[in-house]
Ligand binder design. Structure first.
Ligand code: C2E
Ligand code: CA
Ligand code: CA
Ligand code: CA
Length: 277
């Protein structure tokens, strides 16, 4: 048994070192990426039941040389190291610039533009910068047709903290809205809905994937839809890939849809000039 134990230790320890050093490499690459401003906004359309554009979600990409890196690879480490804070601010800078640049040539159609934020950005230490960045956006008369939305994932929301609540209320005064992301994967705590005055609930792709065939997914989505009707908060279904899914969701009361069926993420600038035109 001891030999077996030592043997597995000999395997596990180097593997942990390997993971740890990979993270260190990633962290210093993120630092470099910040310096070189390599984090760029992509956008994916959110449509209404008629397939008309109602908004978009901004998704971060890392332009690393010629490679374009998806957020799943770097967001967890960015959050852990808190580099996510300057990364998001940099992203919001670019979003602001691209919106101003294109609003002169694109139609000023009203739409929602949502940005993912992580909850530490609402803490006392970091919220001032986020509020400042949102204010620049909401107070610019050129951008009055755009409603800025912040998406927070349900798993990370902290609403029993006074600083967070203060930041939320400051942002709401500016006209910023909030959506609860990945709804159904967290604690489904109803308090979040009350404190955040949520503008929309986003149902995670993993539940939409199995809808309507999988019983578990069907029940969960149906429950969220019931809840949203009672609370009068609209739903956005995420990761819609087939017409059948879309039809079933709309038939059962979903107001907004997002997914490859309608649009694949593309650079924000081309989204703004082509889709909003
Ligand atoms: P999320 O917020 O749940 O974003 C939705 C993800 O689902 C996006 O992946 C989107 O491209 C993908 N998606 C949408 N429709 C479909 C579909 O029909 N099929 C499939 N297979 N996928 C679809 P993406 O862009 O890779 O982002 C992954 C996650 O990374 C996001 O999940 C979000 O949690 C995080 N993330 C992205 N950008 C940011 C950011 O700026 N800040 C923070 N904190 N997190 C971000
Ligand atoms: Ca999101
Ligand atoms: Ca989501
Ligand atoms: Ca999701």
């Amino acid at each position: 048994l001891l030999i077996l134990f030592l043997f597995s230790l000999a395997l596990v320890v180097p593997f942990c070192f390997y993971l740890h050093s990979k993270k260190i490499v990633l962290k210093s690459a993120l630092r470099m990426g910040l310096k070189k401003k390599q984090f760029i906004p992509y956008a994916q359309a959110i449509v209404d039941t008629n397939g008309e554009l109602s908004g978009c979600e901004v998704l971060m990409r890392w332009q690393y040389g010629k490679a374009l890196i998806n957020p799943d690879v770097f967001i967890p480490t960015a959050e852990e190291s808190r580099y996510i804070v300057p990364m998001t601010l940099m992203l919001m800078d670019k979003i602001y610039q691209e919106c101003v640049e294109t609003c002169l040539i694109a139609n000023k159609k009203n739409f929602y533009l949502s940005v993912n934020i992580c909850p530490i950005q609402l803490s006392r230490k970091y919220s001032a910068k986020l509020i400042e960045s949102c204010a620049r956006f909401t107070e610019d008369p050129q951008l009055s047709h755009i409603t800025l939305v912040l998406e927070i994932t349900e798993r990370q929301i902290i609403t029993n903290d006074e600083d967070t609540l203060n930041a939320i209320s400051e942002l709401e005064k500016l006209g910023v809205k909030f959506s609860i992301d990945d709804f159904g994967t967290g604690y489904s705590c109803l308090e979040h809905l009350r404190d955040l005055n949520a503008n929309a609930l986003k149902i995670d792709k993993r539940f939409i994937d199995g809808y309507p065939e999988n019983e578990h997914c069907f029940n969960l989505v149906s429950n969220i839809l019931d809840l949203s009707k009672r609370l009068n908060i609209p739903i956005i279904a995420e990761g819609v890939e087939t017409q059948h899914q879309a039809d079933q969701l709309v038939m059962n009361g979903v107001q907004n849809l997002q997914g490859y069926l309608f649009h694949r993420p593309e650079p924000l600038i081309s989204f703004l000039t082509q889709k909003v035109l």
